[in-house]
Design a protein around this ligand. Structure first.
Ligand code: S3P
Length: 167
């Protein structure tokens, strides 16, 4: 079993919004590894970061992604930092991975003040810029397709992905 499509990209790229639309279009389920982690831990991600630290969160994330890649056949969204793990990048090989790219201005608009996103608690704009610069090569490394999301309605982005999946 493998996901119909795996969505990667930085916070604010639209993985959840686009993923839910795409899953509905395809008639499959949508799943978000952030929610899997929260369900397994019984607490929000921000609590995991504060109480146990980012390294612990990343370990939970690696396990959640590995499990979902093997057991889920719908549209799967990964947390923005999942690709930092070499193990996860290797596990994505052979999967259909769509990198939702976004420029800083749109990402900042979409994440707002970064509520619920512990990494954006301080200076969201500068942090987001740093994370985007650091991670873009990793998203490109795992991507089967790259789809730009700037100034586009989520419905358009979902339709483009749907067309790509048919090719
Ligand atoms: C993170 C992104 C978040 C979540 C966590 C860390 C990151 O997911 O996994 O707060 O490192 O970029 P989203 O990209 O779904 O917001």
């Amino acid at each position: 079993m493998a996901p119909a499509c795996v969505l990667v990209g930085v916070m604010g790229a639209g993985k959840t919004t686009v993923g839910e639309l795409l899953a509905a279009d395809l008639g499959v389920e949508f799943r978000d590894t952030d929610l899997d982690i929260e369900a397994a831990a019984g607490r929000p991600i921000s609590d995991i970061f504060v109480q146990d630290g980012e390294a612990h969160f990343r370990a939970l994330e690696r396990a959640a992604v590995a499990s979902a890649l093997k057991s889920f056949d719908g549209v799967l969204a990964l947390g923005g930092g999942a690709v930092l793990a070499e193990e996860t990048r290797a596990a994505l090989a052979g999967h259909t991975v769509v990198f939702l790219s976004v420029e800083l201005a749109d990402a900042v608009k979409r994440v707002g003040l970064g509520a619920g996103r512990p990494l954006l608690a301080i200076n969201p704009r500068a942090t987001l810029k740093h994370l985007m610069d650091q991670r873009r090569p990793l998203y490109l490394e795992v991507a089967t397709y790259t789809v730009a999301t700037d100034a586009r309605p989520a419905e358009d982005v979902a339709a483009e992905i749907r067309a790509l999946l048919k090719t």
